[in-house]
Each structure stands twice: as structure tokens, then as C-alpha cells.
Design a protein around this ligand. Structure first.
Ligand code: FRU
Length: 528
């Protein structure tokens, strides 16, 4: 409760703020006045319209990418791109939150502030176990964060070298951070977009490896001490999607199913150029020998075909070698104008990634973390339902729910989720075209941006007779859809004017639903 009281205090003070809006695309500071109404002072914190109840959101103001995600001494640390003075993008700070289960979060304030080298853009954090940096001790290893400095002055002056890489460290488990005295640690070689360093330990070369987004490709660097870095190689000039700038990469090894093989996976966010418009995250599967990343094929793969999963990377130092992923649940096409008033943006539900090889293709499967299930209340279970026509369940509470359904994906059918105002979303399976589609054109408020609901989102799927799971997680203003046990994913924001309360499954042919479980999910902000 103290946490909530403190948040209320922060909220009341900052609601009176008169600030400056700056626009992300050109970074020009435009004076603008933002005065929140007296009504908003009375709004119940974390009860505002569209406030997610079990996804991470900042207590107030603007948030984008997850940063510096690291597991240390039993605690998951999440840092994030944060602008504390407005609900649009502005001079970037690193906000901080911690969790022991990846579902309940404690807000820890701002940990990195802009300085003479610029704003603090995205980056990563590692535990320097051997104290290779000399910034702590082996008994008490430092946490080391490596991030991009973005110098707005240099950018305004038309220079190319306004992004450099900086370092900060913590000797008290992430509570306080000291910027390295000789920042920046990597100067800019004269390239406009060079950012978002993701650092990991590479055992066989005994090097720290940094993966850096450079224009629309990747550069790898190596270091023995996290401070001096040497460039190793480039990747991606002639492969993958290139509809926009590459951002927020992540390189990590993964076991390939049960085969005993290990593959290296490279995540690369791209904006614009996503499969359904705007921002999205592609990935490559191949090998990494400590110097070069070599992909196994030249296919373009997407971790999520929905419009709202961007800049996601994995937690470092996760001891049982699970790959835990978290993305920013928005899209630069409209992120700054979504209809929230006191805060803007949420993270996706944390997901465990697994790599499989099926139908001569690699797939990253995404599964929501198990601890989400601890929030289940009121589960309704139905079995062996046969449907021809429309099967409808109304008077449901679908504002916070986890729907799990087992069925075959070999016949055409739709799942419609709607409210009394007849606002709805529609998920359709078309085995003939081998296409899944998601329609949010009538989902609720859509007019805040012409790019939000201008088309149906689609993704290809392979049709088979096996029974697959479809899972739909709803939390006030989002749906996260995991199809075929997470092989196909769609993360989508929605802004219904009333909570959805009806589930319809519609099919012309007879289909069988083996199980249909609807779990309600309680809020992480209640004390129950
Ligand atoms: C991705 C991104 C990063 C950058 C950050 C700035 O969304 O553009 O490339 O570091 O946001 O906030």
C-alpha cells in the first residue's frame, strides 16, 4: 500500500506539470502546454480507463523500450525508456522496476538521467561476475549497464556523430548507478543511427560480445573488460527486412528442441517495415563463432505478427538458461497518440522463448510466463463442444482474462470477442489461403490515428489435423494471441468503450472444441 500512496503523491504533484513536447521523428523541441484537468487529480491511480491490470506500466508519463533487463540475486530488474515530464516521447531517462515473479512489479524511480553526452537511449545490463571491468569486486560483482547516448545538440547541428555508447555501473544491486568517468566508451565513427548495445558473455572466446544496430544492419564488437571494445564484423546488409532502421538487437544461443543442437538466434527490431505496418521484430537463426554470425537460410521471420510488440529483448543472467523475453506493447506508427491520459504504454506479458524446427523451418515459440497463472480466479471449463453455426457465450467478464481453447486448425472458423456496443475484434482461420487474420477495425476507439485500424492484420500458417492450443490474454486494452502453442503470435492493442463481454465461435463446417477454459485474472494492484 505504501507503494501506491507514494505513487499517488508523485501523481498529484506531476499532474500539474506544464511541459514541453518533443517529437521523436525529428527530435525538435516544440513548446507546448499540457495541463491536466482537475478531474484527473481525482482519478483513481491505476484505475484509469485502459490501464492494464497485470502488465507493467509506468506509474505515470511516457514509456517505450524495455532496457537493461537482468536477473540478479533472485530479482528481475526491468529498466525502460522513460520521459518523466509528458505522455509523449522526450529526453530519455532509464526508469526502473523490479519483480520476483515477472508479474508483480515494484516501481523504483528513475536510475539514469540525461547528462552532458546526451539522452540515455536503449541498452542492456550484465552481471560482471569476474569483475572484468574492475568496477566492483569478485565477492561483490558490479551490475554494468551499456547504453546509447543521444546528443540532441549534435543532431540539431546536423552532425552525424551524435550517438555514442556509454557505461554506468551499480555496486548496490541496481539501487544506485554511477556513470563511468571516461564516457563515452565507444565513439561514433560518423554514422547517424548507431545504437541499442546488447551485451552478453561468450564462453568459448572468453569475450564479452556487443550486438549493435547500425543503420539497417548489425555490427558485433568484443571486449575483455566491458570498457574497451573492438569491432568484429557486420551482419545483415543483404538479408532480412529492410523497410526501416534496425534497432534493439539481441544475440543468444538456444537449444534446438530436444535435438541436443544449439543455434544462435539474432533478434532485430525494425521500424518501419513490420509485416502488418510500422514497428516489428524480425529474427535470424544460425551460428556464431565469436566473430561472425552466419544465418542458416535467408528467410525473414517475425517473432510476432501483431502490430504491438516492439524493441523486445531477453533478460541476461537467467540462471537456468531460460530465454525470457519482454517487448514494448506499442508501435511507433501511433504510440504517442493512443487514448490514455496520465501514462502511455505497457510492456507485453513476459514470455519464455523456445526454438523448434518444423515443416523445414525454424520457429521461436512464445509462451507467457507460468507465474501469470497465479492470478487466475473464476475459471470456467467446457469440454467437447461441437459447433456448426455460431456458439456464443455472453455476460462474460473479458476485460482481464486468459482464454485457452484446444481445437484443430484445419477448417475455416472465426473467434469474435465483442461488447454491448457491438465493438469487436475478429480472429479468423482460413485453411484454404493458409492465412490467419486479425481485425480490430471495429474494436472501439480507433480515430486517434489513421494508421491504427486501417487494415486487417494477417499471417501465414501451416494447416494440419493436429489439435492445437489457441490462447488469448486480454488486459483492458490489449490482446495477446498465442496460436499453436505460441508458434504464431499476435499482440494487439485495443481501446473498447466498454469491456468486451461476449465470446463467439463461428463456423460453417462442423468443428470440435476439445476444451475451452476461460480464466479471469485479478489485478496486481489489489492486496487480495
Ligand atoms: C526503439 C528506439 C531505440 C532507441 C530508443 C529511443 O524504439 O528508437 O532505437 O534507443 O527507442 O527512445
Amino acid at each position: 500500500m505504501t507503494q501506491i500512496n507514494n505513487l499517488i503523491k508523485i501523481y498529484l504533484i506531476s499532474s500539474l506539470f506544464i511541459g514541453f513536447v518533443s517529437c521523436k521523428s525529428d527530435l525538435k523541441e516544440k513548446p507546448a502546454i499540457q495541463v491536466l484537468s482537475i478531474d484527473s487529480l481525482e482519478a483513481d491511480l491505476f484505475q484509469e480507463p485502459f490501464r492494464p491490470q497485470f502488465h507493467f506500466t509506468p506509474s505515470e508519463k511516457w514509456m517505450n523500450d524495455p532496457n537493461g533487463m537482468v536477473f540478479h540475486k533472485g530479482i528481475y530488474h526491468l529498466f525502460y525508456q522513460y520521459y518523466p515530464e509528458d505522455i509523449v516521447w522526450g529526453p530519455m531517462h532509464w526508469g526502473h522496476a523490479t519483480s520476483t515473479d515477472l508479474i508483480h512489479w515494484e516501481h523504483k524511480g528513475i536510475k539514469l538521467f540525461p547528462d552532458e553526452h546526451g539522452y540515455i537511449f536503449s541498452g542492456s545490463a550484465v552481471v560482471d561476475h569476474s569483475n572484468s571491468s574492475g568496477l566492483g569486486s569478485t565477492e561483490d560483482p558490479p551490475l554494468v549497464a551499456i547504453f546509447t547516448y543521444h546528443d540532441p545538440k549534435g543532431e540539431k547541428e546536423g552532425k552525424l556523430n551524435f550517438q555514442t555508447q556509454g557505461l554506468a555501473y551499480s555496486n548496490d544491486n541496481g539501487e544506485t548507478w554511477t556513470k563511468y568517468k571516461n564516457n563515452p566508451i565507444i565513439d561514433n565513427p560518423g554514422i547517424k543511427d548507431i545504437r541499442d548495445p546488447k551485451v552478453r558473455w561468450h564462453e568459448s572466446s572468453k569475450n564479452w560480445i556487443m550486438t549493435l544496430a547500425v543503420g539497417d544492419h548489425i555490427s558485433f564488437y568484443a571486449s575483455k573488460n566491458l570498457i574497451q571494445w573492438k569491432k568484429l564484423s557486420d551482419f545483415g546488409n543483404e538479408i532480412g527486412a529492410h523497410g526501416g532502421v534496425w534497432e534493439c538487437p539481441d544475440l543468444f544461443p538456444m537449444p534446438l528442441g530436444e535435438t541436443g543442437d544449439t543455434k544462435w538466434v539474432l533478434l532485430v527490431s525494425i521500424n518501419p517495415g513490420g509485416p502488418n505496418g510500422g514497428s516489428a521484430t524480425q529474427y535470424f537463426v544460425g551460428s556464431f563463432d565469436g566473430i561472425n554470425f552466419v544465418p542458416d537460410d535467408n528467410k525473414t521471420r517475425w517473432i510476432d505478427f501483431g502490430a504491438d510488440n516492439y524493441a523486445g529483448v531477453t533478460f541476461s543472467n537467467v540462471t537456468d538458461d531460460k530465454k525470457l523475453f519482454l517487448g514494448w506493447m506499442s508501435n511507433w506508427d501511433y504510440a504517442q497518440v493512443t487514448p490514455t491520459k496520465t501514462w502511455r504504454s505497457a510492456m507485453t506479458i513476459p514470455r519464455e522463448l523456445n526454438l523448434i524446427y518444423e515443416d523445414e523451418n525454424y520457429y521461436l515459440k512464445s509462451t507467457p510466463v507460468k507465474s501469470l497463472e497465479n492470478l487466475y480466479t473464476n475459471t470456467s471449463i467446457k469440454k467437447d463442444i461441437e459447433i456448426k453455426g455460431a456458439y456464443e457465450l455472453s455476460e462474460l467478464k473479458l476485460d482481464q482474462a486468459d482464454i485457452l481453447m484446444e481445437t484443430q486448425l484445419n477448417k475455416a472458423f472465426s473467434i469474435k470477442i465483442s461488447n454491448k456496443l457491438d465493438e469487436y475484434v475478429l480472429l479468423q482461420f482460413d485453411p484454404e489461403k493458409q492465412l490467419i487474420s486479425f481485425d480490430r477495425r471495429k474494436s472501439g476507439q480507433i480515430n486517434f490515428s489513421e494508421k491504427f485500424a486501417n487494415k486487417i492484420h494477417t499471417l501465414p500458417y501451416s494447416v494440419s489435423d493436429k489439435v492445437s492450443e489457441i490462447r488469448i490474454i486480454l488486459d483492458q486494452a490489449s490482446l495477446e494471441i498465442f496460436i499453436d502453442n505460441g508458434r504464431y503470435v499476435l499482440t494487439e492493442q485495443v481501446f473498447p468503450n466498454e469491456p468486451y463481454n461476449k465470446l463467439s465461435i463461428i463456423s460453417n463446417a462442423t468443428i470440435g472444441i476439445k476444451t475451452l477454459n476461460i480464466n479471469q485474472i485479478k489485478s496486481i494492484w489489489t492486496n487480495e
